[in-house]
Design a binder for this molecule. Structure first.
Ligand code: CUA
Length: 692
């Protein structure tokens, strides 16, 4: 087996340098597999990797992975979490999309998270995961992720793997260059992929050049619950694609790619591909801060939502903010420069030292690398090629550090291993290319299957990469897995990059369409996980802290039921006195205080998703019964040997009936009640921030 594998690997090398087709290699490899009697003949030969690969990704039962990897979920609107090197999926974290699996975005407590100025939106398209940083290194506090369609940025707490906060970005369309962070997460950024009229107003599309603008937003991000758009920079109407903060010497700067500097607004595949060079915008955000402080920014009326989950009640509230500070580059000279970059650049990545700024020109034949030192000198020397909208254009040659020659086709993104090497994804030639910083020579290349988009090295965009693994996230899957109809699983591939040559270790399927990802050593956050919520601290106004506090109460047409869930019953279980025309709120609290003891709740005919109740947590299901009858409810999460017994009934009578309100309490509840006195219900009104 080992011999066969190494011969197949030679085949790959051949395919690359000798121009052999994939098909030829595949046939040759299949033949080798056959003659060696390995039984692999029916598999795609690309599945054959070097003999020790299996042991490098094998995590024995009961053992943990070395890294947490956070992959954007693309058009699922979520984040998925994997262990590396095994590729085992650990969790899907709902962010911008309703998630029926646990009721996120359906429950009365979480719906406010999905509020925007366009109303409640149950979906978005996530692109770039970004870990919070301290001194330029991932610190394991939070993960940020952007919504690309209705521009938003979310903050996920990594002690709970839950979305706590979402901020909408005003004056923006296509929040693609987001949510990249500054070195201490002072800010995360969001820049517009689509330029639009700002403020957005009715206008002929052919007014694009004169009337459409881009914005770059800096969002304060260093305090939970306090995310806010600190300021926006008004930019020419290009498509702003990706960004990365400077670090070390370049720490006060931020870099953004742009394409469509042609300002085409139709048939972009041709019309936005005409210029030899587009721009990387270099933004001095420290100077921008000073300009804002000295009153150079204008207050623009606008509207955007800020949604936040309170720590004690675990209830989300949404507020609409009404204005934003906007800076024109001409009002703050020295804040923005354009660096010409070939050609329609996509990624912009800063090496761990902070000196090199790498552009990934989708249509470029080289990988251009800019020098921060030379950029400062070019600015001091005024080595400009004119200006656009008050933004000086630096001379390409004055800023260029070097070009990686003949890297392959379609360079997109670059990550770094911290040992002096860079790794660039090549979409068109389907490969990862490893090259040396400073000499710009290509030292290795490895094929990917197929059409790689982003790649990720744990910490590979930070000051301190943990540079042993590289994850390729591929856009086309084709023959990698058992086929599943017209749409195949999304695909990631793990490479060992600890040695001189990259070694393919593993394929694993992913959900949604992952774009960017981040990873950090599991030891950084593994022992910080919340195991349950202390019931005593549960501040939800409808929480119960014991079975005795359960009950039913009518407030006009609204019926509130406070219910305790524990192994293995609900208190109360049977309920009567509800009528057609009522709106019923089931406020269910899991009063178990044990790690991973989770209950669920669902009632016949409900229009929402089930509640999943973490230990110590209260969640509310809104239910509008349409016809008289008796409706069962039950626990949806297999919680104990008597999980199937965890059920109850709610009786619904005709409008105007005289059936009395009644809640059947458990024997234990009755004892507790006798001891503590009568149960109490909160004052009339909904929990704060509830959305109907
Ligand atoms: Cu509680 Cu099943």
């Amino acid at each position: 087996m080992k011999g066969v594998s190494s011969r197949v690997q030679e085949g790959f090398t051949l395919s690359h340098e000798g121009g052999m087709s994939h098909r030829t290699v595949r046939m040759a490899a299949a033949f080798l597999a056959l003659v060696a009697g390995t039984g692999c003949a029916t598999q795609s030969p690309q599945a054959l990797v070097s003999g020790d690969a299996a042991s490098k990704v094998y995590v024995a039962p009961g053992h943990y992975d070395e890294f947490y990897a956070f992959l954007s979920g693309g058009y699922s609107g979520n984040v998925s979490v994997y262990g590396l090197p095994s590729g085992r999926m650990l969790k899907i974290i709902p962010v911008f999309s309703q998630f029926p699996e646990n009721g996120y975005g359906y429950t009365q407590e979480t719906r406010a998270m999905l509020q925007t100025t366009y109303g409640e939106i149950p979906w978005d398209d996530t692109h770039h995961a970004e870990l919070s940083q301290t001194d330029g290194v991932p610190d394991g506090r939070w993960l940020f992720i952007n919504g690309n369609n209705t521009p938003r940025i979310a903050r996920i707490d990594l002690t709970r793997f839950e979305t706590d906060e979402i901020i909408q970005i005003p004056n923006s369309a296509g929040g693609h260059a987001a949510p990249f962070t500054t070195g201490n997460s002072e800010y995360v950024v969001s820049a517009t992929r689509f330029s639009v009229p700002i403020p957005n107003t009715d206008m002929p599309i052919e007014n694009f050049k004169a009337g459409f603008k881009g914005t770059i937003s800096f969002i304060r991000a260093d305090q939970p619950g306090k995310m806010d758009v600190a300021f926006q920079i008004l930019m020419p109407g290009y498509d702003y694609d990706l960004g990365h903060a400077g670090k070390g010497p370049s720490a006060g700067w931020f870099f953004f790619t742009s394409y469509d500097t042609e300002q085409a607004y139709t048939k972009l595949e041709v019309n936005a591909s005409k210029n030899d060079k587009d721009f990387i915008a270099a933004v001095n955000w420290k100077l921008a801060e000073q300009c804002v402080k000295s009153g150079k920014a204008k207050t623009m009326p606008t509207a955007y939502a800020h949604n936040y989950t309170d720590e004690k009640t675990r209830v989300a509230t949404s507020e609409i903010k009404k204005s934003v500070l906007v800076l024109e580059p001409s009002a703050c000279p020295g804040m923005v420069y354009f660096i010409p970059t070939p050609k329609s650049p996509h990624g912009v990545d800063v090496d761990p030292t902070g000196e090199y700024i790498v552009g990934g020109g989708k249509l470029a034949t080289v990988i251009p690398v800019h020098s921060f030192t030379k950029m400062l000198k070019a600015i001091a020397d005024k080595a400009f090629d004119g200006e656009l909208s008050g933004i000086p254009i630096l001379k390409y040659e004055a800023v260029m550090a070097g070009e990686v020659q003949k890297p392959g086709l379609g360079p997109l993104h670059t990550e770094f291993d911290g040992k002096g090497y860079a790794y660039t994804s090549m979409f068109i030639s389907s490969e990862v290319v490893k090259w040396k910083l400073g000499t710009w020579e290509v030292v290795d290349r490895a094929p990917t299957y197929y059409s790689i988009g982003h790649l990720m090295i744990p910490g590979g965009d930070s000051k301190k990469p943990w540079g042993n693994y590289l994850l390729a996230m591929n856009k086309i899957t084709k023959d990698r897995y058992l086929p599943t109809g017209p749409e195949l699983a999304q695909s990631a591939q793990l490479f060992d990059i600890s040695g001189d040559r990259m070694k393919l270790l593993l394929d694993f399927p992913t959900t949604g369409e992952p774009h960017y990802a981040q990873a950090l050593p599991a030891a950084m956050i593994r022992d910080k996980q919340v195991k349950f919520f202390a019931l005593a601290n549960n501040g939800n106004p409808y929480a119960v802290h014991s079975e005795a506090e359960g009950g039913i109460e009518r407030k006009g047409k609204a019926v509130h039921i406070k219910m305790a869930a524990m192994r293995s019953h609900f208190t109360p279980d049977n309920l009567e006195g509800v009528m057609v025309g009522d709106t019923v709120y089931f406020h269910v609290t899991n009063i178990d205080q044990d790690w991973d003891i989770v209950h669920g709740f669902a009632v016949l005919g409900m229009h929402e998703a089930n509640l999943i109740l973490l230990p110590g947590e209260t969640r509310t299901l809104k239910w509008v019964p349409l016809t008289a009858g008796v409706y069962p409810f039950y626990c949806t999460d297999f919680c104990s040997a008597l999980h199937q017994e965890m059920q109850g009934y709610i009786r619904v009578s005709a409008p105007g009936s005289n059936v009395a309100l009644k809640a059947n309490m458990s024997d234990r509840a009755k004892t507790q009640e006798a001891r503590k006195g009568a149960m109490t219900m909160p004052a009339a009104g909904e929990p704060k921030g509830q959305v109907k």
